[in-house]
Write a protein that binds this ligand. Sequence first.
Ligand SMILES: Nc1nc(=O)c2c([nH]1)NC[C@@H]1CN(c3ccc(C(=O)N[C@@H](CCC(=O)O)C(=O)O)cc3)CN21
Ligand SMILES: O=c1ccn([C@H]2C[C@H](O)[C@@H](COP(=O)(O)O)O2)c(=O)[nH]1
Length: 282
Amino acid sequence: MKQYINLCQRIVEEGVWVNNARTGTRCLTVINADLEYDVAGNQFPLLTTRKSYFKPAIAELLGYLRGYDNAAQFRAIGCNTWNANANDNLAWLNNPHRKGEDDLGRVYGVQGRAWQKPDGSKLDQLQKLVTNLSKGIDDRGEILTFYNPGEFELGCLRPCMHTHTFSLLGDTLHLTSYQRSCDVPLGLNFNQVQCFVLLALIAQITGHKAGKVYHKIANAHIYENQLALMKEQLTRTPFPSPKLHINPRITSLADIETWVTVDDFSVEGYQHHPAINYPFSV
Ligand SMILES: Nc1nc(=O)c2c([nH]1)NC[C@@H]1CN(c3ccc(C(=O)N[C@@H](CCC(=O)O)C(=O)O)cc3)CN21
Ligand SMILES: O=c1ccn([C@H]2C[C@H](O)[C@@H](COP(=O)(O)O)O2)c(=O)[nH]1
């Protein structure tokens, strides 16, 4: 929590105003932030200076891991975050590749599970790394990347947290995650949870101890219409981190693809301040 507060404080004190053409809302911006999450010590990075929702964040991650390409699929598992980008984003509504209501196009999980190869066949990046890690193999390229610049026009939004590199050191699995653009009041709340759960889950299904996540952000920003609320949030004193419990019956990628739901995840000891409803820029 301390590193999150430090980043928010840094943006408020040192941020530079940057106009954003896509949303039309300017952002107070800093470049380069490094966050770390201690999965081994189960310090779950759920925000405590406001009430935070971890289940939609985990649902969104499950959707990515399953290769979802439609906001209705995300809604069905408890995640509403893709409705606006699927259906209220003017550039996407006018894009001839959009296949209709709720379509997201070739975003995130589609790239992760079905990267299109030049010969027309599909590459499943996630299956490859799960197979290798399960055998104790780290080929120094155990990477899940959603970043496919050649297909940006085929999706509603370029991926923000776009690349996850898994590394085995002895029997401990670590994760380095890269993010190009971060809405600190709204998106980061979800992204911290997702980095933590991604390492915990992949370690669990590949039979390793989970170590640390190293989360690297290039552009970290607060939208102008969020700033006053953030200043209010920064006056609050954080509580200790809660703990995350994951159903131990999850043992394979097939489990994640078929029966796992957000109810297989629970938090213990979550103390928090009241909710803050931050505005969302599409
Ligand atoms: N401007 C912007 N910020 C983002 O964080 C963002 C995007 N766009 N577009 C794509 C996804 C969607 N994401 C989102 C969208 C909404 C919330 C949100 O409204 N969160 C609420 C709780 C939502 C709930 O209860 O389901 C929050 O208070 O954190 C969070 C992340 C992250 N991404
Ligand atoms: O996981 C996510 C997804 C999105 N965001 C934020 C970061 C930006 O504020 C917008 C995306 O806009 P771009 O113009 O494509 O950068 O969404 C996030 O923080 N986390």
